[in-house]
Design a protein around this ligand. Structure first.
Ligand SMILES: [Zn+2]
Ligand SMILES: [Zn+2]
Length: 822
């Protein structure tokens, strides 16, 4: 072995060097032509290009990068793509904010250009960050959902699902964000706790002027859309009123009093008004009782002409005006403070309205049983309990998925309408990709009425409609005839916060298209908490950009935090202490590797295997168990357990105990024998080579540096990351050697501790040490290691007696003691 490592561990110079090397040498390239190695495919999340690769992303990416690296070393041909989920509200809202505009203030083409420009800049920044952290994606597989080639596939799935009858167009209540001016899906509604007022409003009985029932509502501005008043059928207070009619205050219209079990007699007064629509419950009432619909709020969040004199007011203004008018008319009985949940837009946090709109939907509820069955029976979840998040969500859905959006920057819906009869024309597969806003359908005339003029669909697709097809698209659908080779994906990694969106939509979409679950396993990461224990968020002041720990301690130490921070799936607090701990470990490893590199200058690993000493066998036995433990943990995606096993072995057994106990053999072959030195060299080589391979998935840079300097000349693999995963050395674990070694190591530690207690330097010579073994067998084991005990503890004369005796007790070994005569 010829090359010694430099003295200092310097991640700043090491890390970028190997990142360039990996890229240049194509170390992580997926080989499409390789038909021999099994494939392993990762459904990498295409992130929204916010420009900021944050600590949450670091956690997420480190998990599946560890899996990718581990599988490569296990001999898999790993397919690890990276895409970008460009479209949708997040981008549009940011572009609107950046330029101080709304989507309607610039022509669509111009708006689109601004979005593309914004996305390209952000992708560049995030890609840099991903490379800087050493993630092993195959960049030749990179894609962007805003590219027409990606649209083509999104649109093709739309066309196929339409032909199946699974996509339809209909009038239906939808969640609507008045600020964003678009329909949004259930999954995009976030519930926030807000403090509002509960208003108690008096409704007059139509047939009995002067007699009132009081209803409680948080939304008096919906009074113009009141279509009924409801009570619980068993509510003794109101039973007698069912079937009679009430007068809507301020508007004078008459509405029926209906009975329904959905009414909660405990809420407010037990009498509620049904408006079209205050919430989803209203939608259920209207459907069940066949009530009519009055739309008093428009798409822009202002009152419509159905609100009479309140028309044109914003919702909040209308609420104020109506409350004042009720008060003036003596119809406002009282107000109370109320803390309740309000549905808001996930992007801009504006309260969501429920409006009835003509939209495109995907029929999903009839697939719920299949989704549940496959999620539970066919998909492995890490951790297992996370599957219930998907199951509960799927079962809770009441509405079909609204897939159209009234926005600009998104995949166009490939459809047109006949200008005369309104007949819907959906593109044929060979017309794709197509933007109907710019191209006419490829037919002469309307098949229904013969009209030759068409109107384009200007609505666009939900961005989840792009990203919920990744498993098939990563595999090469529909272009590669062999796409099934990579489908279903072997691993779908995701945060638990998007199980209800991404994982659910992937499931329902692929089941609808291909009849199969899109992935075999689902790896869930938790959220990253700030040092104050709250979610890490820019607005909380606890935000640490991922570049900061990387800058200070390197990518390997930052990745260490992500893995060591806690169990897979749990929320992980960001702690500088954990990053520093990782950095200290890596420095310790570096120093040990440097020591090894200096000690192996005259060692040839290809030579005949020497006869090993007990302590060498002891280390190899511990190593064998560490390899078994780490492998088992990695197979179960218990990353922190795997890393912990490797850390314990490396730090305390290899560095602190073994190296210390064999130094005398390496330094003094004249005294302790050439064979004993060779035995130590052989063991150091084997153990360190195994350590860096075990650690390679977690800390890819330092392990590559050590591999290239010390092992590549002998092992021959171009990179540690394509070297084979370590196997337990042949013949190990060796329980006998391990048990004997444990006694010797404990004895050496106890003698060293005793030196420290007597305030002697560690290298101080001891004239004579007598060991009382407590049994013949133990005495034999200790005698076999006499040289290592003498050499490590600097003992002049060592006497080992089989009987028990006086002196210092060795912890953990009753009957074993020693006495020192300095
Ligand atoms: Zn919004
Ligand atoms: Zn027509």
């Amino acid at each position: 072995m010829r090359k010694a490592l430099p003295k200092e561990y310097d991640p700043k110079s090491i890390e970028p060097k190997w990142q360039e090397f990996w890229e240049r040498e194509g170390i992580y390239r997926f080989n499409w032509d390789d038909k021999e190695r099994p494939v392993f495919s990762i459904d990498t999340p295409p992130p929204y290009p916010s420009g900021d690769f944050h600590m949450g992303n670091v956690l997420n990416w480190t998990y599946f990068d560890v899996v990718a690296r581990y599988k490569r070393m296990r001999g898999y041909n790993v397919h690890f793509p990276q895409g970008w989920d460009c479209h949708g509200l997040p981008t549009e809202v940011r572009v609107e904010q950046k330029h101080g505009i709304t989507k309607t203030q610039v022509p669509p083409q111009e708006f689109r250009r601004l979005c593309v420009e914004f996305i390209e800049e952000n992708i560049k920044a995030m890609k840099e960050a991903m490379k800087r952290l050493g993630y092993s994606m195959d960049w030749s597989l990179e894609y962007k959902t805003m590219d027409p080639d990606y649209w083509r596939r999104t649109q093709l799935s739309f066309v196929l699902l339409y032909k199946q009858g699974r996509i339809y167009r209909a009038q239906h209540p939808v969640n609507w964000c008045p600020r964003c001016g678009t329909a949004i899906a259930d999954a995009e509604v976030e519930y926030e706790t807000r403090e509002d007022k509960l208003y108690f409003v008096r409704f007059e009985l139509a047939e009995e002027p002067g007699r009132f029932l009081t209803i409680a509502t948080t939304r008096p501005e919906l009074i113009p859309a009141c279509v009924a008043v409801a009570v619980h059928p068993e509510d003794e207070r109101y039973k007698a009123f069912v079937g009679r009619r009430m007068r809507v205050p301020l508007f004078g219209r008459e509405v029926p009093i209906i009975a329904d079990e959905m009414v909660d007699p405990e809420f407010g007064t037990g009498v509620v008004m049904i408006c079209t629509y205050g919430d989803k419950e209203d939608v259920r009432f209207v459907a069940k009782h066949g009530l009519s619909v009055i739309s008093c709020i428009g798409e822009d969040g202002r009152m419509t002409e159905r609100a009479g004199e309140y028309a044109g007011l914003a919702v909040e203004e209308a609420r104020g005006a109506i409350v004042e008018d009720l008060r003036a008319a003596g119809l406002l009985e009282r107000e109370e403070q109320l803390v309740h949940e309000v549905g808001t837009c996930w992007r801009c946090h504006t309260p969501v309205e429920i409006l009835v709109r003509e939209q495109w939907f995907m029929r999903i509820r009839d697939l719920t049983d299949k989704v549940v069955e496959k999620a539970v029976e066919e998909v492995r979840w890490y951790p297992d309990y996370m599957k219930w998040r998907l199951v509960d969500w799927a079962r809770s859905l009441e509405w079909d998925w609204v897939i159209s959006r009234q926005r600009v920057f998104a995949t166009p819906i490939p459809a047109w309408y006949c200008a005369r009869c309104g007949h819907v024309i959906v593109a044929e597969p060979d017309w794709l990709p197509v933007d109907p806003r710019e191209e006419a359908p490829r037919i002469e005339r309307c098949p229904k009425c013969g009209c030759e003029e068409f109107r384009p669909e200007t609505d666009v697709l939900d961005t989840w409609f792009d990203s919920s097809l990744t498993c098939a698209i990563h595999a090469g659908w529909p272009d590669r005839p062999d796409w099934r080779r990579l489908f279903p994906a072997d691993l779908h990694p995701s945060g638990y916060d998007i199980i209800r969106t991404w994982a659910y939509y992937l499931m329902v979409r692929h089941i609808a298209l291909f009849g199969e679950a899109p992935f075999r396993a689902c790896l869930i990461n938790g959220m990253v908490l700030g040092t104050d224990g709250r979610m890490m968020h820019k607005s909380y002041g606890n935000y640490v950009p991922a570049s900061e720990p990387v800058e200070r301690y390197g990518a390997d130490a930052t990745r260490w935090w992500a893995i060591a921070g806690g169990a897979t799936g749990s929320d992980i607090p960001f702690r500088w202490g954990e990053v520093q701990h990782g950095w200290r470990f890596l420095r310790k490893l570096w120093n040990a590797a440097r020591f090894v590199s200096l000690q192996l200058s005259d060692y040839e690993p290809s030579g005949p295997e020497p006869e090993l000493e007990t302590l060498d066998k002891w280390l190899l036995s511990k190593l064998a168990k560490t390899i078994e433990e780490a492998t088992e943990a990695l197979e179960e995606c218990r990353f922190n357990m795997a890393l912990d096993a490797i850390r314990r072995f490396t730090w305390s057994l290899f560095c602190d105990q073994y190296i210390e106990a064999v130094k005398h053999r390496l330094y003094g072959p004249e005294k302790y024998g050439r064979e004993a030195k060779k035995s130590a060299q052989h063991t150091l080589y084997k153990a360190l080579y195994a350590i860096i391979r075990l650690l390679a998935p977690f800390c890819p840079h330092i392990t590559e540096e050590i591999y290239q300097a010390l092992f590549r000349p002998y092992e021959g693999h171009k990179s540690v990351h394509i070297s084979p995963w370590p196997e337990p050395p042949k013949g190990y674990p060796d329980e006998k050697a391990e048990g004997d070694g444990d006694v010797v190591v404990a004895l050496i530690s106890a003698i060293r501790r005793e030196k420290a207690r007597r305030r002697l330097p560690l290298n101080a010579p001891l004239k004579r040490v007598v060991v009382f073994a407590g049994s013949q067998e133990r005495a034999k084991a200790i005698r076999a290691c006499e040289d290592d005990i003498i050499g490590t503890c600097k003992i002049g004369a060592l006497e080992v007696r089989a009987e028990g005796g006086e002196g210092v007790q060795v912890e953990g070994y009753p009957g074993l003691s020693f006495s020192i005569k300095p």
